[in-house]
Design a protein around this ligand. Structure first.
Ligand SMILES: [Zn+2]
Length: 379
């Protein structure tokens, strides 16, 4: 029996977006969903209770980082990642591939895997499909990701074709090495950059291996927004309708809505928590940099339309003061608000799908956000 299943509840008549549920060993999640990122087995500055308060249903953690520190053996000995970090809802882990390709400058990609140097100590390391599966089997998340090659953007067609073919061979090795298919679902990752025929080749290769879910990888790596949307438009229709679809590394409000419209069910990104630690907040009226001097005597909440703990209890002036003084509580409040904002946004997206009005919702949301081409970066 498969570890997870996808239930399609409704397709939005106006946009084609999907409302669904993914049933996992640690409970069900409502899709489309945003997954907060807990890189080192913690969503930075927030406790599991706080994440539950804001209705986070699933979080993501990083194989590469947990492999290096504290090591998957310690987490396994603790009873797995859920027990180790005291989070009893679903967890997804990535494969480590993205970090190997993004953090390590010294790497050597071979058919058997990737040789590279630890980004902290400089020590020589080797990660392969088999090793990525062994680590994720030890960590014990509900959903784990296949080890793939993450090509740079832009990449030439020849490079991309070779990379797609290697990723397919690695995906097959991941399936063979996966020891706990009844308890943990392994997702394949469709690559191919902006090349439609290569996306098709990658999707076909992976679908023939019958994964319980599929991710679209290699996006949100610096390409223009319209390229991402175009790639999604020709990639998601290739994927099975009865399996979840996950767009990796996307966390800006506009991209979440546009991804859902193109049939994506799951998203993750460090963006909301990372910018929170710079004192930047996502609000219904666009981005608000609470560090700015103009908020020194502003006693309104970060977002007057938000009912999160930070907005119900604290002012821009107070949060600005804390952030300027590097007080942890300031970063906690901005992180809380930003995650609450995206999780609430996805709730509103799900409601709009249910009511067959996601395109109308998009228009209203973008209007209030002040979104246009000139300030697209203000998300
Ligand atoms: Zn708030």
């Amino acid at each position: 029996m498969a570890a997870i299943s996808y239930e399609l509840i409704k397709t939005c008549q106006q946009s084609g977006a999907r409302l669904g549920k993914i049933h996992t060993p640690h409970g069900s999640i409502d899709t489309p969903i945003f997954m907060p990122v807990g890189t080192l087995a913690t969503v930075k500055t927030l406790s599991p209770n706080e994440l539950k308060d804001m209705n986070a249903q699933i979080i993501l953690s990083n194989t590469y980082h947990l492999w290096l520190r504290p090591g998957e053996d310690i987490i396994s000995e603790a009873g797995g990642l859920h027990t180790f970090m005291n989070w009893d809802r679903p967890i997804l882990t990535d494969s480590g591939g993205y970090q190997v390709f993004s953090l390590s400058k010294l790497r050597d990609i071979k058919e058997e895997g990737v040789h590279f140097r630890n980004h902290i100590s400089g020590e020589k390391l080797f990660l392969s499909p088999e090793k990525a599966m062994q680590i994720q089997n030890a960590l014990g998340p509900d959903i784990m990701m296949a080890f793939d090659e993450c090509p740079p953007y832009p990449a030439g067609r020849d490079y991309m074709k070779a990379s797609v073919e290697r990723t397919s061979r690695w995906a097959e090795r991941c399936l063979e090495a996966h020891q706990r298919p009844n308890e943990q679902a392994l997702f394949g990752i469709v690559q191919g950059g902006e090349y439609e025929d290569l996306r098709k080749q990658s999707a076909n290769d992976l679908i023939s291996l019958d994964f319980p879910g599929y991710a679209v990888g290699g996006l949100s790596v610096g390409e223009p927004k319209d390229v991402m949307n175009r790639v999604l438009e020709f990639t998601t229709p290739l994927l099975p309708k009865d399996k979840p679809r996950y767009l990796m590394g996307v966390g800006s409000a506009d991209s979440l809505i546009d991804g859902a419209i193109r049939g994506i069910d799951m998203f993750d990104c460090v963006l909301p928590t990372r910018i929170a630690r710079n004192g930047t907040c996502m609000t219904t009226n666009g981005r608000l940099v609470v560090r700015n001097a103009k908020y020194a005597r502003d006693f309104k909440p970060i977002d007057e339309h938000c009912d999160c703990y930070a907005c119900r209890n604290y002012s821009r002036a107070y949060i600005r003061h804390l952030v300027k003084c590097n007080e942890t509580f300031g970063f906690r409040l901005t992180s809380y608000h930003n995650l609450h904002f995206l999780l609430t946004l996805m709730q509103r997206v799900r409601k709009a799908i249910l009511e067959d009005r996601l395109l109308d919702f998009r228009e209203e949301f973008f209007e209030q956000y002040g979104f246009n081409k000139e300030n697209a970066k203000n998300f």
